[in-house]
Design a protein around this ligand. Structure first.
Ligand SMILES: [Zn+2]
Length: 187
């Protein structure tokens, strides 16, 4: 995989655009960090989202977590691709700390924008989510994940059996254990 950004623009019902982005650039600084609590419901949603990603449940996540706005502009395949990248490079979410939180209410629609410093199985990074709540349940409207892990070279080859990313010179797949002969390039 090249050091390219996969960016999907998503329309949101507030007359603005938000994005679902998985950036391949490491290093991301927040200025003036504001730590806040009280994002309980959304925090649990985020934990659940990454738990599903780690378990490979991308289609289920797409159906049950996302807002209609997100689904309108992002296909299930695109969403799954992002989920798979997170699954392969970062693994399960171990813990997270809120670095900023912003809550907006527009008529009956509530929107929450939270940034986390996130610690995953295989590295740390930044997670930003926007959730909207209009019909009782919080729905994912935007997802941003950034980690130095995305730029590492081991990502250039995918296992032909399970699609896990591994070093080009790996003898066995670190995930499914398949003996690797001919590397399969992805993108
Ligand atoms: Zn494999």
């Amino acid at each position: 995989m090249q050091k390219s950004k996969l960016v999907l623009w998503i329309g949101l019902g507030f007359g603005s655009l938000v994005l679902l982005l998985l950036a391949a650039c490491g290093g991301f600084l927040f200025m003036g960090l504001r730590v806040a609590s009280g994002d309980g419901e959304v925090a649990r949603k985020v934990d659940e989202l990454f738990r599903e990603f780690a378990a490979g449940n991308f289609d289920k996540t797409y159906q049950s977590f996302t807002s209609p706005e997100l689904r309108r502009v992002t296909s299930e395949a695109e969403f799954s691709k992002l989920g798979r990248l997170i699954q392969n490079r970062l693994g399960a979410l171990r813990s997270k700390q809120v670095t900023s939180i912003n809550i907006k209410q527009v008529n009956t629609i509530r929107m929450i924008n939270v940034k986390y410093k996130a610690f995953f199985e295989r590295g740390s990074g930044t997670v930003q989510v926007v959730f909207v709540k209009s019909l009782g349940d919080w729905q994912l409207n935007r997802l941003y994940v950034d980690s130095p892990e995305f730029t590492k070279d081991f990502s250039t080859v995918a296992c032909p059996e399970c699609a896990a990313l591994h070093a080009e010179d790996a003898t066995f797949c670190p995930k499914c254990g398949k003996k690797l002969n001919v590397p399969v390039k992805i993108e």
